[in-house]
Structure formats: C-alpha cells, structure tokens
Design a binder for this molecule. Sequence first.
Ligand code: FES
Length: 139
Amino acid sequence: FFFPISSGNPDETVARDVAGNEIKKEEFVKTRKPGTHELVQGPKGDPHYLIISEDGELRPYSLDAVCTHLGCVVPWEAGENQFICHCHGSHYDSTGKVVRGPAPLPLALAHVDVNENGDIVLKTWKEKDFRTESDPWWK
Ligand code: FES
C-alpha cells in the first residue's frame, strides 16, 4: 500500500499520497474539511496522519499511525474523537496519547513543515514529547 521513497535527508521526509506523489500544502488544506485525519506516507515509510484542525489549519505535527503495542495501523474514529486500534483495543486521544492500553507508549510525533516547492515535509521530532514531558521514545 505504502512504499518508501528516499529523500536524501534522513531527518526529513516529503509526505506522499498512496500513489507516491508529493502533497502540496496549499492544495491539501484547501481541499480538506476541518477535522480531517488523513494517512500519508511519512518517515521510514510508516503511515502518518496529517490533521486539519477545527480552525482549518494544518496541525504542526503528524502522528505515526503504527500502534505502539504490536504494530497495527490505528484508525481515527471521529465519533469517539480517538484513535482506536482494532487489533487489541488500545485507545489514543487526538494528540496520540494513550488513554487505554495495552499500548505502552504514545503514537510517534513528527514535525509538519513545508519545503521550497510547497510540499509538506515531515521532520524527525527530537525534542521532548509534549504529551508525556519525556524524551521521545522513537529517537
Ligand atoms: Fe494495537 Fe495491539 S496492536 S492494541
């Protein structure tokens, strides 16, 4: 479904759609509704969520959709306002923080930025995890 494409800089990955095309920020934001949680190909080829906030802005971080329990891709459940893993029932809030196990850790973060071509890029999150105040477990 997703296939990895190298960008040269290991700390920076151009977000790509299922067809492998770069995603232009302006078009993405203009054509999505507030509350959108869309899977794109991100760092390490992992599916990442790009999120349009209720104010219509692209959230400045993405969430790695790979469950921290045993690696299933976690769907966004809009009605519950949570990510709920169908494999073993872990719940994560809208920031990716665990609210119910067995998942042991929050969903991995990446910074969302734009390159000179207007493409959305995901950058390695090396700072403290704002949800747990801990160093990032995914570094
Ligand atoms: Fe998600 Fe087990 S893989 S809860």
